[in-house]
Design a protein. Structure first.
Ligand code: NAD
Length: 427
């Protein structure tokens, strides 16, 4: 039986393997395999019925040698400090691989926002920042939305921070609505940037983008914008898969001559479920959820959830597939990764492929700090440049050393952070 690791053990094991390849010295390894700092605190909130409830909050700063820590705040009933630690470490590597001057952080509150009224959620956001105000900020640690937190939560957190600090500090937090210092282009950034990396990978593989076929898992934020961008560049999306809220299962919507994103959006309800009857009428074939990876296509884009390509289903990947672009976080299990590697499929690893989101958040922070905002075209142009340069740095290293793309990406990221620590005299 394979040993089940928790997320933080997994992150540490990944780090240890790469540290070995890079021959990092013992003190650098010790420094980077743990968070630099972590804060655990209690947030007492007055509930609408007059009672007081006490919530547990966290902020973990894994490393800030390259710049202020950056990472989301999650509201989740099953949140554990180990998950937050792992996520903060992954943020360090994600920011480093795209070479933005930020470190890695993550925060969370153990709660279920579905059971909280908007006023209670507001008090929780304000309470969170009151407990951590001295240790976060535009030059220390910059939070963002994450699981079950949204732009409104960010505004409440920002507003409380600014009240305490007595000034305007929009660069303290990202994921803000555009009306309060958010960046244009953030909504489409992640999915669009997935395709910037796909475009560059196709060039290296010698596959023309014109007419290239992709099958996508998911039809949410990342998947929709990835599909739109690929189609805009001349590619064809032959299937998307989404969760059906009514049937409590996933379906793939297959159309070999190419899906129409706007049409599918027009028949998607507010829970993200695509209307099967209307899709069928329009010529889509409806298949079980897993069918997305069995389609004849050159590209697979998992853009839904973690652990979707597994040791069991990896064998079903169609022989035509040449490229897997990991739009989601952690979509491929280690067992599946071994199969994909063996088959010689080119992989754009998640923390590089979906780093368009954090890169755009960095742009938001830059604009907020300057109090000067760029047009959307400029944001996306800068995003394209960052992603393209980052992708080729990783692909060049993979080519030069014969390393798998995922390992090459970790090597670049970890080396950059290790160098910053050394230059600062920390190790
Ligand atoms: P989302 O909630 O907007 O969309 C998720 C999609 O996955 C939905 O269409 C849902 O129907 C579908 N889905 C859920 N379960 C499924 C299943 N079993 N089979 C098929 N489809 C299923 O989420 P998102 O923002 O698009 O994020 C998707 C992934 O990308 C996540 O792993 C997220 O962590 C990662 N990511 C997102 C961003 C971002 O900026 N949005 C940035 C980096 C990484």
């Amino acid at each position: 039986m394979t040993k089940q690791f928790n997320a933080f053990e997994m992150a540490q094991n990944q780090f240890d393997e790469v540290a070995e390849k890079l021959q990092l010295d013992a003190s650098t390894r010790e420094l980077l395999r743990w968070p630099l700092r972590e804060y655990h605190f209690l947030i007492p909130i007055q509930m609408d019925d007059g009672s007081t409830q006490v919530f547990k909050g966290y902020r973990v700063q894994h490393n800030d040698a390259r710049g202020p820590a950056k990472g989301g705040i999650r509201f989740h009933p099953q949140e554990t400090v180990d998950t937050v630690r792992a996520l903060s470490m992954w943020m360090t590597w994600k920011c480093a691989v795209v070479d933005i001057p930020l470190g890695g952080g993550k925060g969370g509150v153990i709660c279920d926002p579905h059971n909280l009224s908007p006023r209670e959620q507001e008090r929780l956001c304000r309470g969170w920042v009151r407990q951590i105000v001295r240790n976060v900020g535009p030059v220390q640690d910059v939070p963002a939305p994450d699981v079950m937190t949204n732009p409104q939560h960010m505004v409440w957190i920002l507003d409380e921070y600014e009240k305490i600090m007595g000034g305007h500090f929009p660069g303290f937090i990202t994921g803000k609505p555009v009306e309060v210092g958010g960046s244009l282009g953030r909504t489409e950034a992640t999915g669009t940037a997935v395709i910037y990396t796909v475009r560059e990978a196709l060039k290296r593989l010698g596959i023309p983008i014109e007419g290239v076929r992709a099958s996508i898992q998911g039809f949410g934020n990342v998947a929709q914008y990835a599909a739109k961008k690929l189609i805009e560049l001349g590619g064809r999306v032959i299937s998307v898969a989404c969760w059906d809220n009514n049937d409590r299962t996933a379906y793939a919507f297959v159309k070999p001559d190419g899906i129409d994103v706007d049409f599918l959006l027009s028949i998607t309800d507010r829970f993200g479920t695509i209307d099967k009857d209307k899709a069928r009428e329009a010529g889509y074939e409806i298949k079980p959820g897993d069918a997305w990876l069995e389609q004849e296509a050159e590209i697979l884009i998992p853009a839904a959830l973690e652990n979707q390509i597994t040791g069991e289903n990896a064998a079903k990947i169609h022989p035509s597939v040449r490229l897997i672009a990991e739009g989601a976080n952690g979509p491929t299990t280690p067992e599946a990764d071994a199969v994909i590697r063996e088959r010689g499929i080119f992989v754009i690893p998640d923390f590089l492929c979906n780093a368009g989101g954090v890169t755009c958040s960095y742009f938001e922070q830059v604009q907020s700090n300057m109090n000067f905002y760029w047009p959307k075209e400029e944001v996306l142009e800068r995003l394209d440049h960052k992603m393209t340069v980052a992708f080729h740095a990783v692909a060049d290293l993979a080519e030069e050393t014969g390393e798998y793309m995922r390992d090459a990406a970790y090597m670049i990221a970890i080396q950059r952070v290790a160098t910053a620590c050394r230059l600062r005299g920390w190790v």
